[in-house]
Design a protein around this ligand. Sequence first.
Ligand code: ATR
Length: 276
Amino acid sequence: MQPFDRYAVMGNPVAHSQSPAIHSLFAEQTGQQLYYEPLLVAEGDFSQAVALFFAEGGRGLNVTVPFKQQAWQLAGQLTERARRGGTVNTLWKDSQGVIQGDTTDGAGLVHDLVHNQGLHIKGWRVLVLGAGGAVRSIIEPLLAQQPESLVIANRTAEKARELVAALEHTPDLLACGLDELNAPFDLVINGTSAGLHDGCPAFPQAIVGPDTVAYDMMYGAGQTAFNHAMLSLGARKAFDGVGMLVEQAAESFLLWRGVRPQTRAVLSSIRERLHH
Ligand code: ATR
């Protein structure tokens, strides 16, 4: 029997990560021999933990909160999208022993929006709430879908302006404060961390019209506070971030194993796990 290749997700906290379950289902489906575990890493120990993992023969890592920026700094080589996105959620060692870093979050989000939910963003007015690391990694993949405009709105307006100013200038990319928003959007994506504490960013009601679709990058056992608020205000549909989670995992699996798993059945299993 072939030995099992070792993979892990490093985070803090990490116990509730669905990544081990997702990758086990992917491995089963594609017949790949691998083992994937959650690794709780203390805040100051990330770089040593990564070095040890690869020294012991580990094949690939996912990186989650709060280590995605550190992973970006630590990687010996970054893919172009990771370099521009400023965060890394996937690491592996190449045949020369160099630690490679990539970010699959933006691709995962777009894959979920377009392929799972059937949303065609081209020509849409898109609003993203938040201006942290989670938002930075999705801006370029969203722009690649050619929306009419992409507005990044943050509670602290200055942070949104800095984020946008750091990117290559595109006329359809704008930044503002949450309180400056005054018209409806076709798609509103919540990329703030307010949902970590069951909260919802305070946005003006004017952003929601009868055609507005809501997408919360967060997820939980039930409807998120953001999606609840958006639907109450008359949004047409609301999706949570479970699809993004499974799709970013599929992109990581592709990088490591050279095959992109089918995600539909895995998505159902993970939803069921979250509800129990
Ligand atoms: P992440 O890496 O998850 O993006 P982060 O870099 O700490 O985390 O960024 C958190 C984002 O969520 C920020 O845009 C933050 O807004 P501020 O820059 O104004 O702090 C936003 N955020 C967090 N809690 C929020 C809340 N209750 N309402 C609105 N925005 C919130």
